[in-house]
Write a protein that binds this ligand. Structure first.
Ligand SMILES: Nc1ncnc2c1ncn2[C@@H]1O[C@H](COP(=O)(O)OP(=O)(O)OP(=O)(O)O)[C@@H](O)[C@H]1O
Ligand SMILES: [Mg+2]
Length: 237
């Protein structure tokens, strides 16, 4: 079976700064792959290159065995890749229901099955009571849930979450963890970026540690926790 995500030799420069310096990684179907690394390690840039927001300078990205390098974000989304953003990007002046209908606009938005799916997804994310509110009325944590709900609407096979737990109360973190577990249990591959190591270690089947644009270690949670290069990158000498 093909890997769900394969990244080979990915490089991305911004002027003189090399943000990704030959990244290699692979995520299996239904795997939660945690991505850790200090600020500026290249985690978000990696996600942006995979989903087509940034154009990689070199290297290849394969999703489900198909080469999607240099495809547009729209094409990559159609190929079954969804994501959330480090700082939520909801459609502020639209209702929650309408936010969820945006990724499926190419289908018939008056289709009752789509509305029902949007309502079920909002229910799943504990937002159903607010379905007719504007997204701008939501708290920061609720906006993160709304982004996850919107991401799930087209039923992606690969989901990428950029810092879902940042600035989120522990009770909501616990709820998000359950929802992320449900995504993987339902067969989705999850690429999870977080500085919350407790949550990363709890959720991830494997973890990749990024440092200065390179994968310095990849393995099970136990392997990563005891890896001297990871410890040094986090804590210094
Ligand atoms: N659009 C851009 N233009 C210029 N430099 C960028 C751009 N995006 C990222 N960078 C640089 O690339 C490097 C990696 O940034 P990135 O956002 O990927 O880090 P990160 O690991 O996600 O960090 P954090 O944990 O703080 O979110 C940083 O030095 C950053 O300044
Ligand atoms: Mg980031």
């Amino acid at each position: 079976m093909s890997a769900a995500i394969e990244v080979h030799g990915l490089r991305k420069r911004f002027g003189g700064l090399t943000a990704l310096d030959g990244v290699e990684l692979e995520a299996h179907p239904a795997e939660v792959l945690g991505i850790i690394g200090v600020n500026g390690a290249g985690k978000t840039t990696l996600m942006n290159c995979i989903c087509g927001i940034y154009r990689a300078d070199e290297g290849r990205v394969m999703i489900g065995g198909r080469d999607v390098t240099h495809r547009t974000p729209h094409e990559i989304a159609h190929h079954g890749v969804g994501r959330t953003f480090q700082i939520p990007r909801v459609f502020r002046k639209m209702s929650l229901i309408d936010n969820l209908l945006v990724p499926v606009l190419d289908r018939d938005e008056a289709d009752p099955a789509l509305i029902e799916r949007a309502e079920n997804t909002l229910e799943h994310m504990n937002l159903i009571e607010l379905r007719h509110n504007f997204a701008e009325e939501l708290s920061g944590g609720q906006q993160k849930l709304l982004e996850m709900a919107r991401m799930l609407m087209p039923d992606p096979t690969v989901v990428m979450l950029d810092e879902p737990f940042a600035g989120v109360h522990p009770t909501l973190c616990k709820f998000m963890i359950e929802r992320i577990e449900a995504m993987a249990a339902g067969g989705k591959t999850v690429l999870l970026i977080s500085h919350d190591l407790t949550s990363i270690y709890r959720l991830s089947h494997r973890v990749a540690a990024l440092n200065e644009g390179r994968v310095i270690a990849m393995g099970s949670v136990d392997e990563i926790r005891s890896n001297p290069a990871v410890v040094e990158a986090y804590l210094g000498n």
